[in-house]
Write a protein that binds this ligand. Sequence first.
Ligand code: NAD
Length: 340
Amino acid sequence: MNPEPVKSSLNISPAIRVGVLGFGGLGQAAAKVLAGKREMILVAVADQKGFAYAAEGLNVQECIATYQSQGSVGYLEPVGTLTNNSIQDLIDTTQPVDGYFLALPNLPNDFIPSVAKQFIAAGWQGVLVDAIKRTSAVEQLLAMKEELEAAGITYMTGCGATPGLLTAAAALAAQSYAEIHKVEITFGVGIANWEAYRATVREDIGHMPGYSVEAARAMSDAEVEALLDKTNGVLTLENMEHADDIMLEVAGIVGRDRVTVGGVVDTRNPKKPLSTNVKVTGRTFEGKISTHTFTLGDETSMAANVCGPAFGYLKAGRQLQQRSIYGIFTAAEIMPQFVK
Ligand code: NAD
């Protein structure tokens, strides 16, 4: 029997037991987001060198302090385990976790799909949520639909900011139109230093002309710094291979060739270089051409706009899971549920 999680009280359903895989910039932000929730508790965390599990809930501050001072939550006494195979070893403990947020680098481009395969092979059942970015990575996951269904896993893909929040906003905005002409996503990200989000920055470099996922993955930290020195810390990205396109296509809203994604990332200043927005242009049933624009508040960080939706989709995925609905869903198909 699985022990009942804490944070539950009479007459309300038990808190959803959440695991966070990857404890870098987004993983730590995710843990901080969960600390303020009563409907979810953080029971598991894994990084490259270890994992920690506590059925009654992990102490977020202790996890972060241990990771930052010693490099892994595996050092956390008495709940940590040091291992170079942390995800597999965490799954193998068979401790109860209702859903995981995969805050992992997708380097190489099939890494997150390979993690999904580990969960399938282990016979684990629950909800998996990613904030994966590339179209080709989402395509690999969508191709696993039947395997996920058969395994009893409800997989929510592309559930960060973009793809994620902005894709969902586009799906909503499309409802005013009889025909969608284009969806244009433009993001501005400001972070104080690139080391806080190494994977995000490396993956963004992979979108620059002359670079690839593999080239970005192979770059040393010194090489990334040298590149950022040349651009004054700013990365300007155009026509990115971003999964918002396939997600909107699969949802039947617009062909992928009508979706564009670009943005500016300042790695030396937490202030956003531009306001993140999505513009959806279409024709109404009366024949009028118009554009809806949804703009994120400049004060909201990348972490807030990724982790909030990721848990909103985890809660939605949990509801599907409880109704025995398995397989894979994107942020453009399902409404996220607000997590209290
Ligand atoms: P990061 O580099 O800061 O941290 C990565 C973490 O993963 C580290 O804790 C590391 O130890 C851990 N890790 C690496 N390999 C591992 C392994 N094999 N097993 C277990 N743990 C492992 O990463 P980040 O900048 O927080 O980015 C995480 C992901 O979020 C990236 O893939 C990025 O593209 C994605 N992201 C998505 C959006 C969106 O809007 N959809 C926005 C930003 C970032």
